[in-house]
Design a protein around this ligand. Structure first.
Ligand SMILES: *[C@@H]1O[C@H](CO)[C@@H](O)[C@H](O)[C@H]1NC(C)=O
Ligand SMILES: *[C@@H]1O[C@H](CO)[C@@H](O)[C@H](O)[C@H]1NC(C)=O
Ligand SMILES: *[C@@H]1O[C@H](CO)[C@@H](O)[C@H](O)[C@H]1NC(C)=O
Length: 295
């Protein structure tokens, strides 16, 4: 039985993008005869024997690295796990892509592509010379049977404001509706009632990769009301979405101005802005969400 665990499978629709990249493989340590290059030998798995796979010793933070010898945009990474036993050893493995050799390349940016089969990402916006697989932790063993890395198109589609395609709601409405923050028109704003923990929530309808959130403040008055508001991103509606991970805390935005908060590729369906505390007003004039709307 051939069991391919595709951690990241992006259906490649056209051959243009499916150029497989070659390189030199190394790993943190070698157990017996399971060399690093056995993950790029074109043989995914043979007859229940993991002889075409890699195998590190049991160690702290084992890693495997592919050196592509040049900087590339990378569209797809597929990993074939071993099938004879213990596939769970790959649990919590990270894929890192970048140009640094610092910490054996394990400090390069982490790949945050959403793991979802049968979906196509036009461009995950990752590039680099080194592709690492690393399992953080002590007493871990890294085995991979095949790692395939494919090229991205040379030009990635731009990140776009995906907020305008979403639906906005807020905890309460004081004349000015939640949708005014996603109309791509700065002068119209939202306004909650004066209440405890007012929030505004954007539903992007599907999981999205979010690069940054840009918030535009009101300019007529009370621009300091936004101070301390949290931007949260995630998939949970628990506590109205306000328990999702924090991307940023707004320390202040000048009247009528916009400030960008980098969310480093966080994933989620919901983007919340919430002010915690008693007797608060939440008023937003525009919330732009730069995300990858390509899948
Ligand atoms: C890549 O591997 C080949 C074959 O083992 C070796 O000759 C070459 O020096 C390596 N290149 C780099 C940059 O490590
Ligand atoms: C090196 O990488 C490992 C594995 O990801 C990580 O646990 C460790 O903190 C990193 N070390 C440094 C000094 O960044
Ligand atoms: C909240 O907004 C209302 C209406 O704009 C205003 O009258 C009130 O002073 C504001 N409260 C605070 C605490 O800013």
């Amino acid at each position: 039985m051939l069991k391919t665990v595709v951690l990241l499978l992006i259906a490649v629709e056209t051959d243009t993008y499916s150029v497989k990249l070659r390189g030199n493989a190394t790993q943190s340590s070698v157990f017996e005869y399971y060399r690093a290059d056995q993950a790029i030998d074109g043989i995914k798995y043979a007859l229940g024997v993991a002889s075409f796979c890699t195998h590190s010793r049991k160690q702290m933070n084992p890693w495997w690295r592919l050196d592509l010898l040049d900087n590339y945009h990378i569209r797809t990474v597929t990993i074939t796990n071993r099938a004879d036993c213990c596939p769970e050893r790959l649990n919590n493995a990270e894929i890192r892509i970048g140009n640094s050799l610092e910490n054996n390349s394990n400090n390069n940016p982490i790949v945050r592509w959403i793991i979802r089969a049968s979906h196509s990402y036009s461009c995950p916006d990752m590039e680099g010379r080194y592709v690492n697989i690393v399992i953080p932790g002590d007493g871990r063993i890294l085995t991979v049977c095949e790692v395939e890395v494919y090229r991205a198109p040379t030009r990635c589609p731009r990140w776009e404001n995906i907020a305008i395609k979403g639906k906005a709601v807020q905890s309460s409405t004081f004349y000015f509706q939640a949708k005014n923050a996603i109309d791509n028109f700065d002068p119209t704003c939202t306004h909650t009632k004066n209440e405890m923990n007012p929030w505004w929530r954007l539903d992007l309808v599907d999981l999205q990769i979010i690069r940054e959130v840009i918030v535009t403040n009101r300019m007529d008055c009370c621009f300091e009301q936004i101070n301390g508001a949290e931007i949260r991103i995630g998939n949970s509606l628990e506590n109205n979405g306000n328990n999702n991970p924090v991307c940023a805390v707004i320390s202040g935005i000048p009247a009528g101005k916009s400030v960008s908060y980098s969310c480093g590729g966080m994933q989620g369906r919901y983007v919340n802005v919430v002010i915690t505390g008693d007797s608060k007003n939440l008023s937003l004039c525009e919330v732009r969400v730069n995300g990858n709307g390509n899948f």
